[in-house]
Design a protein around this ligand. Structure first.
Ligand code: ZN
Length: 190
């Protein structure tokens, strides 16, 4: 994974970390938040209540790296983070569209806002508030998984089990990262 340049002396801004499943975006979010904590900055972390794959109160990445977080029902709940200097948000694609305005407001109040989420759903469609967040962010880091078919950089999280619910959560076995070519071949084969 790339080591991203961080401008931690810059006040009030938005960073977006996006990519497919298994791209390491939650790991990158956790890395940035832990560094802020080591620097004695006040950090608060939020995730949507829907993301209860492994733990109710922790942001957990696929490699079990965990950091304590607060589950909230809607983006408005994040605005309550008055004391935080750094606000982390995981699985942002599952939040309502109001998250864009919420992140803007937090940045305007001088907070560093770090948002991680899926850029696209399993059909390759931009996911929830992510495109709006990417547009207003000062910094966007697109991270990539490796295509399981050919080893190129992956582009999308292809669903390999039945089901049409967009909010199905990504545990191992449900999705596989594919590059554009391999994804298109899979679609043609169906
Ligand atoms: Zn491929």
């Amino acid at each position: 994974m790339h080591i991203f340049q961080e401008k931690s002396n810059r006040r009030g801004h938005i960073e977006v970390i996006c990519g497919s499943m298994f791209s390491g975006k939650t790991e990158e979010l956790i890395r940035r938040l832990k560094r802020a904590k080591f620097a004695h900055q006040r950090v608060e972390i939020y995730k949507p209540t829907i993301d209860t794959r492994y733990s109710e109160e922790e942001v957990v990445s696929h490699d079990k790296n965990a950091i304590a977080s607060t589950p909230v029902d809607s983006s408005a709940g994040i605005l309550l983070s008055e004391a935080a200097e750094v606000v982390g948000i995981d699985e942002a694609q599952f939040f309502d569209e109001g998250l864009v305005a919420v992140c803007n407001e937090l940045a305007n109040r001088g907070k560093r806002v770090i948002v991680a989420g899926l850029d696209m759903d399993y059909k390759g469609v931009p996911f929830g508030p992510m495109p709006g967040l990417m547009a207003i962010a000062e910094e966007v880091s697109k991270v990539h998984a490796i295509c399981v078919k050919c080893g190129n950089l992956a582009y999308v999280s292809h669903r390999i089990v039945d089901g049409d619910r967009r909010v199905m959560l990504g545990e191992h076995g449900e999705y596989e990262p594919l590059c554009r070519d391999c994804y298109n071949k899979e679609k043609q084969g169906q």
